[in-house]
Design a protein around this ligand. Structure first.
Ligand code: MLC
Ligand code: AMP
Length: 505
């Protein structure tokens, strides 16, 4: 039956061509992928999954993870990937909220999350383990053919949680057409073809690694070198066999420290893409000087997929994110009045197009608040469009820290710190960090007479928040600076502590 996204992703599939090469040199061809995802989809159905059901997964990166995502599409399920760094407390919220039919985990996690799954009525299944009871084990006994679930353009394909600036995480509902239209636009913009070989070193639980990287490779019928994590040695030694690298700015900062990255080693590469966080102009320049390649910076968001990209041919302008992708409209509006600002003026970046999500899961009011009446989505990013049409992001209208490409919402951390005995209040801020772009710091006001210290604060939040969210510095002050409206002036704190991480470098 017609399955909008899966059909689009496999339209170019050439049975005998490689799709994935794993770290141990194993090759998964397109025909193997079709067979493995058919078996897995049969297993999902046998476990009770019906079209529209959510299937949550908190699993380490592997070829099986990609097969699981594709099998979910074939079975008509809504795939919900979760960061492997999340604590049980964090996972509990997502599972409660999304009510998945199945929750798929690595075997080591089953005990930790058994209660969470049971409470939400989700069946807990290991992805892959020694005994036959895992999903991959069950799939081995299933048929190698599968009749795909009928899914149309507007049916949901995935649910990706993005933390809310007010604390509660929101599930962004992404449709089949949101994902397929964006993959097509990127294949065209970046001239992907069957001959491309992508170095895939990003996590598989975010838009960047799951949709941008994986869907683009599939849509083009290309192949990827699947690497379980970012490892500069492995990437540098992969250059001669690859054509494209996609990464967050931290990838490039770290690769520049690697002696194996130079003109000769990158000679066969045709494209280096950066996104998810701002790429410093100096990193762009240093990369060009070292390798002769101009990094192509693009801009996206979980809710909107990719929005804008520097051109493939034409000037890739450092400090900008280029032009709106084909089919995507971008405008800059006054955040309050919604009126478009004059050219070159700063305003809210707003987006409309087939790439824009269907709303937040079970939060119609929150969804309505983020859209203008004419259908433009408010990104929360502040920017300008210059006379040549290049979009530039100059700041954020949302309280968000981006560290190494991961989004961290200060509110979530402040809530944990403020609950502690001995704390009056706190402000969590992002400060310039030489490796991660921004690092997390907490500025804390103690209760009078209290002696709580940084170690005690970090010790208490450790079990509640994923490690990448933990403040790496805790500083104490007598009171937080506030404006006349009583709002904490984080910009003053950011200025005051600007060198905290830079001093360490
Ligand atoms: C790891 N750590 C981080 C971190 N990543 N801390 C802050 N920010 C991060 N991003 C911490 C770990 O908790 C650990 O702490 C220590 O660093 C080492 O962990 P690691 O696992 O060895 O880290 P490493 O492999 O070096 O990972 C760094 C990284 C990774 C930059 C390679 O974070 C990464 O792959 N980032 C990409 C994220 C991504 O894909 N974003 C896309 C979002 S989609 P300790 O103290 O315990 O040692 C999106 C839309 C769009 O934004 O436009 O794309
Ligand atoms: P996420 O919610 O994880 O999808 O993160 C989306 C946010 O990442 C955007 O709203 C931007 O703030 C930021 N972002 C993505 N790409 C870029 C980029 N190239 N430059 C600056 N910020 C970016």
């Amino acid at each position: 039956m017609a399955n909008h996204l899966f059909d689009a992703l496999t339209g170019q599939a050439h049975a005998s061509r490689p799709f994935i090469e794993t770290e141990d040199g194993g090759i998964i061809r397109y025909e193997d992928m079709l067979e493995r995802t058919a078996r897995l989809a049969n297993a999902l159905v046998r476990l009770g999954v019906t079209p529209g059901d959510r299937v949550a997964a908190q699993v380490e990166k592997s070829a099986d993870t990609i097969m699981l995502y594709l099998a979910c599409l074939r079975a008509g399920a809504v795939y919900l990937p979760l960061n492997t760094a999340y604590t049980a407390a964090e996972v509990g919220y997502f599972i409660d909220d999304a009510e998945p039919r199945l929750f798929i985990v690595d075997p080591v996690r089953t005990d930790r999350v058994a209660g969470i799954a049971a409470k939400a009525g989700a069946a807990l299944v290991a992805l892959n383990d020694e005994d036959g009871g895992s999903l991959v084990g069950l799939a081995a006994k299933e048929s190698a053919s599968f009749n795909n679930a009928e899914r149309g353009a507007d049916d949901l394909a995935a649910l990706l949680y993005t933390s809310g600036t007010t604390g509660r995480s929101k599930g962004a509902m992404l449709s089949h057409d949101n994902l397929s239209s964006n993959a097509r636009a990127l294949v065209e913009a970046w001239r992907f073809s069957r001959d491309d070989v992508l170095i895939h070193a990003l996590p598989l639980f975010h838009t960047h690694g799951l949709f941008v990287a994986t869907n683009v490779v599939l849509t083009a019928g290309a192949s990827m070198l699947l690497q379980s994590r970012f490892d500069p040695d492995r990437i540098a030694s992969s250059f001669p066999r690859a054509t494209v690298l996609m990464g967050v700015p931290t990838f490039y900062v770290r690769l520049l420290q690697h002696p194996g990255v130079n003109r000769e080693s990158t000679q066969g590469m045709r494209l280096f893409v950066s996104g998810s966080a701002p790429l410093l102009s100096q990193t762009h320049e240093a990369w060009r000087e070292r390798t002769g390649h101009a990094i192509l910076e693009r801009y996206g968001m979980t809710e909107t997929n990719m929005i804008a990209s520097n051109p493939y041919s034409g000037e890739r302008r450092p400090g900008t994110v280029g032009f709106p992708l084909p089919g995507v409209e971008v405008r800059i509006a006054d955040p309050d009045s919604a009126r478009p600002v004059d050219q070159d003026q700063i305003g809210m970046i707003e987006v409309r197009g087939p790439n824009v999500f269907k709303g937040y899961w079970r939060m119609p009011e929150k969804t309505a608040k983020e859209f203008r009446e004419d259908g433009f989505f408010m990104t929360g990013d502040l920017g300008t469009i210059d006379p040549d049409g290049y979009v530039q992001i100059v700041g954020r209208n949302k309280d968000l820290i981006i560290s190494g490409g991961y989004n961290i919402y200060p509110k979530e951390i402040e809530q944990e710190i403020d609950r502690l005995e001995g704390v009056t209040e706190s402000a969590v801020i992002g400060l310039p960090h030489p490796d991660m772009g921004e690092g997390v710091a907490a500025v804390v006001v103690r209760r009078p007479g209290a002696s709580i210290d940084g170690a005690a604060i970090l010790g208490t939040i450790a079990s509640r928040l994923a490690r990448f969210k933990h403040p790496r510095h805790v500083v104490f002050i007598d009171e937080l600076p506030r404006n006349t409206m009583g709002k904490v002036q984080k910009n003053m704190l950011r200025e005051r502590y600007a060198r905290l991480f830079l001093q360490e470098a």
